[in-house]
Ligand binder design. Structure first.
Ligand SMILES: *Cc1c(COP(=O)(O)O)cnc(C)c1O
Length: 408
């Protein structure tokens, strides 16, 4: 039998992989290049020849004499290992690699994060209501000894109250009002007290819009259910950290807890990551144009929606001081109409926006958010922009808002 062809020895100049981290090219090739370059063992992804990653559903794997290889899918499996490598590629850079651990949902990832760092106190304000439920659950388990919630003050106020063992949870932009927190500034205050961590829930600003690890955050959490999977068909969560050993500890915890995602969901996520940059950039661009158009109605009496709009919230409308933190304001915006009745009626009135919860998918969604969270203004609608044409979405909103405002 002919000897297998020898791979040509690679020089460091050939090592394309690291330089592509964090780029659209990395989203398409990062996993295969890592394999090519020997950064992961050949068995990790199980099939070396497929151009499109295969969906591996096996829960158990034949034992290898070498002791290498996958064993049981709660521990590792080919589809998940490959997807974790790919998402890690997207959160890192050449100088600063990142490592990803996937979970069965965004909240499972949040639970894993809190139970890994075991903070005495968590500085958190507003944002996704489910994260507060996770903390309540953990407080119950720890009999109130840990995970005590503290109000997240401004960067200037928080410094004096921090103690070792605290965790600052920054959801930025914030769900649903889109306020942006200055990650770098919170990291700087956290660094003044040893043992304080900063974690970012980056669900509203996935890569390539925002890269919290590069700004010094200790970890970034994503509900991959949203923009990362991007098609409203796969529940999941992710944690990304800078240090490989930390990711390994998180995987150990996950193995013990069993909060692993199913292979189909992970495969769908991996497929979607290939187009992440295109989708997220387009969604962000369309949301920005819509937010600007809607906001003009609040101060221009000749605007077709003048008198109908109370306020509009989108990071692009206030981003100036944080221009270096976000590359675009993201695909979500919040719209406050002039009356509660109009706000409640709008979701049913629109044709292209589906009246549904969630965000980040290819289809635009709209939701009267107070339904879930009594702290949210009754005038407010959360809007997630999909991949439809700007002009169609604008026209649908114009018609719908005029109608619910009794102006048509
Ligand atoms: C949806 C969401 C979560 C929770 O994710 P699940 O996958 O639904 O568990 C957490 N944070 C934010 C900002 C979200 O939008």
């Amino acid at each position: 039998m002919a000897a297998p062809p020898q791979k040509k020895a690679k020089t460091s100049a050939d090592a394309l992989g690291p330089t592509l981290r964090g780029t659209a090219t990395g989203a398409v090739h990062g996993d295969a290049l890592a394999l090519d370059e020997g950064d992961v063992p050949a068995w990790a992804f199980s099939s070396l020849q497929d151009v499109a990653p295969p969906l591996s559903v096996s829960t158990t794997f034949t034992n290898q004499e070498s002791g290498e290889g996958h064993v049981y899918s709660r521990i590792t499996c080919p589809t998940r290992s490959r997807c974790e490598l790919l998402l890690g590629t997207l959160e890192g850079t050449e100088e600063q690699p990142a490592h990803c651990v996937l979970y069965s949902s965004g909240l499972a990832a949040a639970f894993a994060l809190f139970s890994h760092f075991l903070p005495k106190r968590v500085f958190i304000s507003g944002g996704y209501h489910g994260t507060h439920q996770v903390l309540a659950q953990l407080q119950k388990i720890s009999d109130g000894a840990r995970f005590k919630k503290e109000t997240l003050q401004s960067v200037t106020e928080i410094g004096g109250s921090l103690q070792s063992g605290d965790l600052i949870w920054l959801e930025t932009p914030l769900n649903p009002t889109c306020q942006v927190a200055d990650i770098k500034a919170y990291v700087a205050v956290a660094k003044t007290v040893p043992g304080v961590r900063v974690v970012v829930d980056g669900t509203f600003a996935p890569p390539p819009l925002q890269r919290p690890l590069l700004l010094g955050a200790d970890a970034v959490m994503h509900a991959t259910t949203k923009a990362l999977a991007g098609h409203s068909d796969a529940l999941g969560g992710a944690l990304c950290v800078r240090c490989a050993a930390e990711a390994q500890q998180l995987r150990q915890d996950r193995m013990a807890l069993g909060s692993t995602p199913g292979s189909l969901e992970v495969w769908l996520l991996m497929r979607s990551l290939r187009t992440l940059h295109l989708r997220v950039e387009r969604q962000s661009e369309t949301a920005t144009r819509l937010a600007q158009w809607l906001q003009r109605a609040t101060d221009d009496s000749s605007h077709v929606l003048s008198g109908c709009i109370h306020a509009v919230h989108h990071p692009s409308l206030t981003l100036e001081p944080l221009a270096t933190q976000m590359r675009g304001g993201g695909g979500c915006l919040a719209l406050e109409l002039s009356s509660e009745e109009a706000a409640k009626a709008l979701p049913e009135e629109l044709r292209l926006f589906r009246a549904a919860t969630s965000l980040g998918g290819v289809e635009s969604l709209i939701e009267w958010r107070r339904k879930w969270d009594s702290t949210i203004s009754p005038l407010l609608l959360r809007i997630s922009i999909g991949l439809e044409d700007f002009e169609h979405l604008r026209a649908d909103l114009e018609r719908g808002v005029l109608r619910v405002s009794g102006k048509e």
